[in-house]
Design a protein around this ligand. Structure first.
Ligand code: FE
Length: 217
């Protein structure tokens, strides 16, 4: 079997959104299609490892933003190359809220969906969801998965590298200082909080003698 044949099936690129308690989460997806007219059903497939997927399993609701070919490549990297478990991805883009869900402001179209049925496979889970609301946004040409693979991909990778570089530069680093002897613990990965058994290697003072200090850039 030549699985490359499956790449001949047309897919788009979409930003999936969901709401975890009060926090917005999301990721980039490609496998979305309209599956029925009456009722209006959309099929969505997600990788099983995604955090957003786990939120949809709990809340049964999600948003889809259809993106254009003119989308800044960073948006795809932002939603595709990092996890909502650790990053507030929606804070990095212009977004709007509708029906308690996040949508890209520059979306060509948006859908609010409610999950009706779920089919889990080893790698992916397929959701059949009813479209509760649909709207048209900006005018433009939809970004297809093929266009992404053929040209867009490199700029997405570059945008992400740039983002990581800037993030590293602006990240506040901390060090622990012994207020008795001035010893500084400034390892590459400093403790968020010192262990209770911590002892100053110079003067023997305990954890309470240490102060967390922001490192000046
Ligand atoms: Fe000390």
């Amino acid at each position: 079997m030549d699985t490359a044949a499956l790449a001949q099936i047309t897919h788009g690129i979409y930003i999936l959104g969901a709401t975890d308690e009060k926090r917005f989460v999301g990721c980039t997806v490609d496998a979305v299609m309209q599956a029925s007219v009456k009722p209006l059903i959309i099929a969505l497939s997600c990788m099983n490892t995604g955090f957003t997927k786990s939120v949809i399993d709990r809340t049964k609701r999600f948003s889809l933003s259809v993106v254009s070919e003119n989308l800044p490549p960073f948006v795809i990297a932002n939603f595709g190359f990092q996890t909502s478990r650790l990053v507030a991805k929606w804070d990095n883009v212009d977004y709007l809220q509708k029906d308690g869900l996040p949508f890209l402001k520059e979306a060509l179209a948006g859908f609010t969906c409610r999950v009706l049925s779920v089919q889990a496979f080893e790698s992916h889970t397929v959701y059949l969801a009813e479209v509760e609301d649909a709207w048209l946004g900006k005018k433009g040409t939809c970004l297809t998965y093929q266009a992404y693979q053929e040209g867009f991909k490199t700029s997405v990778f570059n945008a992400f590298q740039q983002y990581l570089k800037e993030k590293k530069m602006t990240e506040q680093k901390y060090e622990w200082v012994c207020t008795l002897c001035g010893y500084v613990y400034d390892e590459e990965t400093p403790f968020e909080d010192l262990p209770d058994t911590w002892v100053c290697p110079l003067c023997g003072a305990g954890k309470d003698a240490f102060e967390k200090r922001p490192v000046e850039k």
